[in-house]
Design a protein. Structure first.
Length: 293
């Protein structure tokens, strides 16, 4: 339908994704507000990847490209510093999620992502590898531990195997990095996600979040999967103005069928219109783009 996005949509994204110099992200407070407003964002992706990015927002321009030598680049270095500070402060979620996508997630969106990715304790022995279970056992006892110590205490000493198990725990939203240290050597400090976000991961936060949309599910416990898909799609569409085939899936890590379920639910609600297969437009943008609901 479109070979390129309409100019109005690009300008909409410039505003919402801070791709303009006047909206450039400079401080940790601005970075956290950026994530809270959008619901979720990548960290160090650039204009060659779809979706909002903290790095692009730090650059404040639509065509930002990550240089090869990031250590000497002030914008990528500043983004890296902001990332470390965001992790340390713990006001938003940060971790490797679906399909290896590393995202920041606002507190309001944590219950929805957890509904898709999380698991109950009863399921851990069936779904987690033995290495992931060994690491988790240590963290449930100690609550927080640096990478080298965690490898030693868990018995998962091989670096490659350990990293795979940590990724498995991150993808299940069980373990997150809580701090990054550089002295005496670089290391992540790992902790349990529930230690930082107990309400959001238990479903209790749903009663107060997102204008009550999660309330029905929050009172019952775990959020319904279809509701979660709809709210993830809503969060992306609000920031993007319009999505093209496969875009929501690529940004969030959802499968294309799951992203489609979420977007179609928005159409049924009247929040979005779909002028062609795979295309979804924020309803409030439809008049500007001369589409009718």
């Amino acid at each position: 339908m479109f070979n390129t996005l309409p100019g109005e949509i690009e300008e909409y994204r410039d505003q919402h994704w801070h791709r303009e110099g006047s909206l450039r992200i400079e401080t940790i407070i601005e970075a956290e507000r950026f994530i809270d407003k959008l619901g979720f964002s990548a960290c160090l992706t650039d204009s060659r990847q779809p979706g909002p990015s903290l790095y692009v927002a730090v650059c404040g321009r639509r065509d930002a490209v990550m240089p090869h030598n990031v250590q000497k680049d002030p914008e990528s270095s500043h983004t890296w510093i902001l990332k470390d500070d965001i992790i340390r402060r713990g006001k938003v979620y940060y971790g490797k999620l679906l399909r290896g996508k590393t995202l920041f997630i606002s507190r309001s969106m944590i219950p929805y992502f957890h509904s898709i990715m999380g698991m109950s304790r009863a399921m851990e022995k069936q779904r987690l590898s033995s290495d992931a279970q060994a690491i988790l056992k240590v963290l449930r006892k100690e609550w927080e531990m640096a990478t080298a110590d965690l490898r030693h205490e868990s018995g998962v000493s091989d670096r490659k195997i350990f990293n795979k198990a940590i990724d498995e725990l991150q993808t299940s939203m069980i373990v997150i990095p809580s701090e990054v240290v550089y002295q005496p050597k670089f290391s992540y400090i790992w902790t349990l996600a529930e230690a930082r976000f107990p309400d959001e991961l238990s479903g209790r936060a749903g009663r107060a979040g997102r204008a009550g949309r999660a309330g029905r599910a929050g009172r019952a416990g775990r959020i319904d999967r279809k509701l979660a898909l709809k709210e993830i799609a809503r969060s992306f569409l609000k920031g993007a103005g319009m999505t093209v085939p496969g875009e929501c899936a690529r940004v969030t890590g959802l499968s294309r069928p799951d992203a489609g379920i979420g977007n179609q639910a928005l159409v049924s609600e009247g929040f979005a219109i779909s002028p062609d297969k795979g295309f979804y437009i924020l309803a409030e943008q439809s008049e500007l783009l001369k589409f009718s609901i």
